[in-house]
Design a protein around this ligand. Structure first.
Ligand code: G1P
Length: 299
């Protein structure tokens, strides 16, 4: 039986060029939805799924991510002196007790597969998760990774998050072909990175959550540069399918592609409308904005 995952890998070495000029100094993983950076949502999801070791694969421009997870002594002291216990808790809980962060450098941007391979010395020989913080998954119940981690143990298999996308968008994703689904799961028979709509085996796309068997590391060492000239995680998964069971998992939740402007806007709207304290005001100001701009017909 597959062991429960305890380690989660966060590839955060990308350049974030879509969000320039903001990402000239602020890594895209640090862009906020309301008051928390994207990376925090992914970290919380990993912790909820049972992970206690978080491995960030960064580069020399991403000091802000390491700083964010470091202890902020001066700030803590000031908040303590000012009696601001609520805020103190917020910054202390960025990493709850018992959870540790490990930083690994990816010296060259050789692709997602290469970034994951950089975490091998820390992960070792046990199943682990990969979370792409750009993909923010909102759910009222258990997080997507928790759902997948449970399935991985029960089904003794690697598990990859998927969702249907419009045909004309297949070239933005890894696309899978599967056996018939039973409830939320279908065994993957083929996977291809960013195929054209004509070449795509389906319109079932990989979303940035993976529970992987450690065998993937050996396979990553063998894969040659693929789509975009990069070492692709998808290509190693294609090799893994030949040896082990890998399941596609239709998670419960809504995924926002926060690697795009619209995705970030959509996520902000959703989190604002669902926010304990802000929802009523957010609804009102959205209505005002629509009224003021004279938007009568959203179509
Ligand atoms: C990566 C993966 C791709 C996956 C996607 C999900 O692509 O390579 O298979 O579908 O994440 O967000 P990227 O978006 O980094 O180009």
């Amino acid at each position: 039986m597959m062991k429960r995952i305890r380690k989660a890998v966060f590839p955060v070495a990308g350049l974030g060029t879509r969000f320039l000029p903001a990402t000239k100094t602020v890594p895209k993983e640090m862009l906020p939805i309301i008051d928390r950076p994207l990376i925090q949502y992914a970290v919380d999801e990993a912790i909820e799924a049972g992970c206690d070791t978080l491995i960030f694969v960064t580069n020399r421009y991403k000091h802000a991510v390491a700083d964010y997870f470091d202890k902020a002594y001066e700030l803590e002291q000031k908040l303590e002196q000012a009696g601001k216990t609520e805020q103190l808790e917020l910054i202390r809980n960025v990493l709850p007790p018992g959870v540790r962060a490990v930083f690994v450098t990816q010296a060259e941007a050789l692709g997602l597969g290469h970034a994951v391979l950089c975490a091998k010395p820390v992960v070792g020989d046990e199943p682990f998760a990969v979370l792409l913080p750009d993909d923010l998954i909102w759910n009222r119940g258990p997080g997507a990774l928790k759902q997948m981690a449970d399935a991985a143990v029960v089904d003794d298999a690697s598990v990859i998050a998927v969702q249907d996308v419009p045909r004309d968008q297949t070239s933005n994703y890894g696309i899978v072909a599967t056996d018939a689904f039973v409830e939320r799961e279908g065994r993957i028979r083929a996977i291809v990175e960013k195929p054209t709509p004509e070449a795509a085996p389906s319109n079932l796309a990989v979303v940035g959550r993976y529970v992987l068997s450690p065998r993937i590391f050996d396979l990553l060492e063998l894969v040659k540069p693929g789509a975009g000239g990069e070492i692709q995680l998808t290509d190693a998964i294609a090799a893994l399918l030949e040896e082990e069971r890998v399941l596609a998992y239709r998670f419960q939740g809504t995924r926002f592609d926060c690697g795009t402007h619209l995705g970030l806007i959509e996520a902000t709207i959703r989190y604002a409308l669902d926010h304990e304290k802000l929802s009523d005001s957010a609804r009102r100001l959205m209505q005002n904005a629509l009224d003021e701009l004279g938007v009568v017909d959203l179509d």
